[in-house]
Design a protein around this ligand. Structure first.
Ligand code: INS
Length: 642
C-alpha cells in the first residue's frame, strides 16, 4: 500500500456547525474550482447545482470537509476530529471534485446558491482508495433480510445433517441388514456426507459462475431430497451410505454458495453480520439435531423421522427461490444489467436511479471477465489467474488457511465424539453435556454476529485462537491426571469414575467451544469477500474443499490419535496448532470489516497490509457513522462518494 493516510469522503452539511475547525478561506478560481489559501486543498465543481435548505447539525467523527458556498468568499474548512484530539495533525488531502447533491442539469435554478449546501468530495491523492466506491444509504431493506434468511437455510441443512448422525447411529440399532453396525460401518456412514461435500465443493464454485448462485442452491435442494429419501427408506448399510453421500453433495454446494450469495447481496457495513446468519443457522441446526436426536432416541424408527425432518427446510428453500432473484454481481457477470438494477432497486429502497446506475457501472468496471475460447479454457485461465495474481494468491492463502485452521484445531472431533469423551471422564448423561457444548457453539456464534462488523473479524480471531490454545492446553493437562488407557475401541479411566479433573475437562471443553465459535468457527465463512469477482467462485471452492477435507481427516483420525498419542498428546497437539494459527492470523489476516468487496483486493495487492487494512476499516466505519448520522436528518438524500 502506498501512504498511510486513507482519506475518504467529505459529506458536508454546510451550516456553520460548531466543530473545532481549522478555518481557512479558499478562493474560487477562473475554472470554477476552489483552492484553500494554503494551497493544500482544492476542489472542482463539476456540475451546476441547486442548493437545498437544511438544518443539519451533524457532529460526526472523521475528516469532514466543509465548503460554505453561500457567500462570495466561500469558506473551506477541513476538520479532523477523528479522535477529538485537537493536537492531532491534519491530514493533507487534495480534493478533486466537488459535486452538489440533488440537482438537475436542465433545471432553471441550477446556479442558484443558498445556505446549507451538501457537497460530496473525492480525494485525489487517495492512493489507498479504490476508484469508484459508492456509499449510499446502507439501511437494510426487508428484501435483503428475506434473501439472507432464505439463502442461509443451506446453513441450517449443513448443521442439521452433520448434527443428526451421532444420535441416528445409536438408534439405528439393527435396522440396516438386520445386524448391529460395526465401528467401521459407523465411520463410513458419518464420513460419506463429508466426502460428498468435499467432491461437490470442488465443482460448486465454477458451477455458480456458469449457471448462477440461485440455480446451484436449487440443485443442492434436489440432492438433499434424493439423499434424504434414500436414507429414510434404507434397509441396508450401503443404501444408507449412498443416501448420505448424495446428501453430502447438497451439503457441499450449500456450504459454499450460501455465504457467497449473502456476501454478494449484503451492504458492506453489515456484510459480516449477514454472513454470520448463515453460521447461526448452521450451529442452530446442529443444536436442534442434537435436541431432536435426544428426544427421538427411544422412538421406534425415530432415526427415520430425524432424517426426514430435514426435508422441510430443503423444500421451503426450493419454493422460496422460485420467486427470488440471483445476486446483482452475478447478473453483471452475465451482462444482465437490467436484472442487476432491479435487484439493487429492491435491495436499497431509498435510493435514486442515478445511484443504481452508478453502482451497476461500478460493478461492470470491476468485472473483468477472464478470456478463453470455451468454458474449459476459461476455467483453466481462471485457475491460473487465481495462483499468479499476487492479491488472488494472498486471498487464497488466507481463505484456505482459515478453513484448515477451523478444522485442524479439532472442533469437529469434539462435535462428533464429545459423548464418548464425556463418558470417558465419568459423565453418564453424556448427550446432555453434548447439547450444552453445541449450545455454547450456537450462543457464541450469536456473539460473533454482534462483534464481526463492529469489533472486526481480525480482533475476534485474535481473541478466539489464544483462548482456544489455553483451553486445550488445560484439557491436555487434566487428561494427564485422569490417566485414560485404551483397550481396543474402549477407553478405561485408570483413576475410575468421575473426578475433579473430569469437571475441569468438561468446563474447558465448553470454554474451548466458546472461543472457537467466537472466532475461527465463524470468520472463515466470510471467505467470499477475499476474492475479486472473476475468481470468487473457484477461490471459494478451494477454501470450502479445504474445510471438508480437514473435516474428513480429523473425524476419521481422532479416535486413532486418542489411542496412539493419548488424549493428553491429542489435546496438546491441537493446542499447538491453535497457537501457530494465532500467529498466522496475526501476520496474515487483514481487517476487512466495513470494506467494499472490491476494496479488499486493493488491500492485498502488495502484501497482507495489516496496518493499512486496520486504518481503512476504521475510516470506513467512521464514514458510515457520518452517513447514518446525516441520514437521521435527511433520510431521503443519498451520499455519493465518487
Ligand atoms: O463453521 C462451522 C461450525 O463451526 C460448525 O460447528 C462446525 O461443525 C463446522 O465444521 C464449521 O464449518
Amino acid at each position: 500500500m502506498h501512504g498511510s493516510g486513507i482519506p475518504g469522503i467529505g459529506d458536508i452539511p454546510n451550516n456553520n456547525n460548531n466543530h473545532s475547525t481549522n478555518n481557512n478561506i479558499p478562493q474560487f478560481r477562473d475554472d470554477n474550482s476552489l483552492v484553500s489559501s494554503d494551497n493544500q486543498f482544492e476542489a472542482h465543481i463539476t456540475k451546476p447545482y441547486t442548493v437545498k435548505n437544511g438544518d443539519n447539525n451533524s457532529s460526526s467523527n472523521g475528516n469532514l470537509v466543509e465548503i460554505n458556498t453561500s457567500s462570495n468568499t466561500p469558506s473551506f474548512t477541513e476538520i479532523d476530529n477523528s479522535n477529538n484530539n485537537s493536537n492531532k495533525k491534519h491530514e493533507t488531502i487534495q480534493y478533486d471534485e466537488v459535486k452538489m447533491n440533488s440537482h438537475d442539469d436542465d433545471d432553471d435554478n441550477t446556479n442558484e446558491r443558498t445556505d446549507n449546501d451538501r457537497i460530496i468530495i473525492k480525494p485525489v491523492n487517495d492512493e489507498d482508495d479504490t476508484s469508484v466506491i459508492i456509499t449510499f444509504n446502507q439501511k437494510m431493506s426487508p428484501f435483503i433480510i428475506i434473501l439472507t434468511f432464505v439463502a442461509s437455510l443451506s446453513g441450517f441443512l449443513f448443521g442439521y445433517d452433520t448434527g443428526y448422525i451421532s444420535s441416528a447411529l445409536v438408534s439405528i440399532n439393527k435396522d440396516l441388514d438386520n445386524k448391529i453396525l460395526t465401528y467401521g460401518d459407523k465411520e463410513i456412514i458419518t464420513a460419506a456426507t463429508s466426502l460428498g461435500a468435499l467432491i461437490s465443493s470442488i465443482f460448486a464454485g465454477t458451477a455458480a459462475d456458469i449457471f448462477g448462485r440461485k440455480p446451484c442452491i436449487m440443485f443442492s435442494n434436489i440432492m438433499f431430497v434424493i439423499g434424504t429419501i434414500i436414507q429414510i427408506s434404507a434397509h441396508t448399510f450401503w443404501q444408507m451410505a449412498a443416501g448420505r453421500l448424495i446428501m453430502g453433495f447438497g451439503v457441499g454446494i450449500g456450504s459454499l454458495i450460501s455465504p457467497l450469495f449473502i456476501s454478494e447481496i449484503a451492504p458492506k457495513m453489515v456484510r459480516g453480520r449477514l454472513t454470520v446468519i448463515n453460521s447461526l443457522w448452521l450451529t442452530g441446526g446442529q443444536l436442534i439435531a442434537y435436541g431432536c436426536g435426544a428426544g427421538l432416541n427411544h422412538v421406534h424408527n425415530g432415526w427415520r423421522i430425524l432424517v426426514g425432518l430435514s426435508l422441510i427446510p430443503t423444500c421451503l428453500q426450493f419454493v422460496f427461490f422460485m420467486f427470488l432473484p440471483d445476486t446483482p454481481r452475478y447478473y453483471v457477470m452475465k451482462g444482465k444489467y437490467e436484472e442487476a438494477k432491479q435487484v439493487l432497486r429492491r435491495s436499497y429502497v431509498d435510493t435514486t436511479e442515478e445511484i443504481i446506475e452508478q453502482k451497476v457501472h461500478e460493478l461492470r468496471e470491476l468485472n473483468k471477465s477472464i478470456p478463453g475460447k470455451n468454458k474449459a479454457v476459461q476455467v483453466w485461465n481462471t485457475i491460473k489467474e487465481l495462483h499468479t495474481v499476487p492479491s488472488n494468491l494472498r486471498a487464497l492463502i488466507i481463505a484456505c488457511g482459515l478453513q484448515a485452521i477451523q478444522q485442524f484445531t479439532g472442533w469437529n472431533s469434539l462435535m462428533y465424539f464429545s459423548g464418548t469423551i464425556f463418558e470417558t471422564v465419568g459423565f453418564t448423561n453424556s448427550s446432555a453435556v453434548s447439547i450444552i457444548v453445541s449450545g455454547t457453539n450456537f450462543i457464541f456464534t450469536l456473539i460473533a454476529f454482534f462483534a464481526i462488523d463492529k469489533i472486526g473479524r481480525r480482533v475476534i480471531l485474535l481473541i478466539g485462537l489464544p483462548g482456544m490454545t489455553v483451553a486445550l492446553a488445560i484439557c491436555a493437562i487434566a487428561f494427564h491426571f485422569i490417566g485414560i488407557k485404551f483397550n481396543g475401541n474402549d477407553a478405561v479411566v485408570s483413576n475410575g469414575g468421575f473426578s475433579a479433573w473430569g469437571i475441569v475437562i468438561i468446563v474447558f471443553i465448553i470454554v474451548f467451544a466458546a472461543f472457537y465459535a467466537l472466532g475461527i468457527g465463524t470468520v472463515p465463512w466470510q471467505q467470499s469477500e477475499l476474492f475479486p469477482q472473476n475468481v470468487r467462485g473457484i477461490g471459494t471452492s478451494y477454501a470450502t474443499a479445504t474445510n471438508w477435507a480437514g473435516s474428513l481427516v480429523i473425524a476419521s483420525t481422532f479416535l486413532t490419535m486418542l489411542q496412539n498419542i493419548t488424549p493428553t498428546g491429542t489435546f496438546a497437539f491441537f493446542a499447538g496448532l491453535s497457537c501457530l494459527s494465532a500467529i498466522f492470523c496475526y501476520f496474515c489476516y487483514p481487517e476487512l470489516s466495513g470494506l467494499e468487496l472490491e476494496e479488499v483486493q486493493t488491500i492485498l495487492t502488495d502484501g497482507f497490509n495489516i496496518k493499512a487494512s486496520k486504518a481503512l476499516a476504521k475510516k470506513r466505519k467512521q464514514q458510515a457513522r457520518m452517513v447514518q448520522e446525516h441520514l437521521k436528518y435527511e433520510p431521503t438524500q443519498e451520499i455519493i462518494e465518487e
